[in-house]
Design a protein around this ligand. Sequence first.
Ligand SMILES: C[S@@+](CC[C@H](N)C(=O)[O-])C[C@H]1O[C@@H](n2cnc3c(N)ncnc32)[C@H](O)[C@@H]1O
Length: 222
Amino acid sequence: MSAGSAVKRISTHEEGTHMMVQDQLFAATAMPDRDWWQTLWSDPDAVVKALGVKRGMEVIDLGCGYGYFTAAIARQIDPGHVIGIDLDPEMLEQARAACKATTNCIWRFGDAMNLSHLIANPVDFVLIANSLHGVPDKTALATEVAATLRPTGRIAIVNWYPIAREQTPVLGQPRGPSTQLRMSPEQTRVVVEPAGFELETLVELPPYHYGAIFVRSGERRK
Ligand SMILES: C[S@@+](CC[C@H](N)C(=O)[O-])C[C@H]1O[C@@H](n2cnc3c(N)ncnc32)[C@H](O)[C@@H]1O
């Protein structure tokens, strides 16, 4: 094979992979710009604490973006580990940089819908922050999470409240996913519980978000 045809074959392969990844990215989940994200979430450590992330846990940050919450989780759980997963290699690079002061982060490139194939050992806690609104089959994603959790594990979903987008400004601009994509706590419960979970706690994350924390069905009253 000539050098020219080898080059052509590689670039066609890369193009194909790129298109495949684009197809698998959830709708309306591009990572927000840092300026308004940091303004909106001025204390990520307090957020992960409020969600119940504790020292020593093994955690997955699913759709970790540039690692804003991953870094806070890593600080909170040390000596436990956090696995940051994203389908955008550029995001994973930035997340790695955001967590360079920590030694307990592990990174996985992959599709959240294949979560159970990306993780070798079950974990205590899975965070899905600011992504569920764009997932086509939300119960299928929750089923993948169920397969990666220890029996007493928890899944925390952080969502924008279903407030009109024009009414959720940050730094003077309307922000977040379109109004029609936003999910109430009840809409979240309805898609997550069929995967074998029940809602344990709702955490307020002002000004525009809530955290819905689920345990396996039957674990809540134990
Ligand atoms: C809106 S950002 C939120 C990032 C982070 N969770 C946060 O709240 O700061 C959503 C992230 O999910 C990633 N993502 C989208 N579809 C995905 C998929 N199918 N599998 C894994 N990650 C995905 C995007 O690349 C993006 O980095």
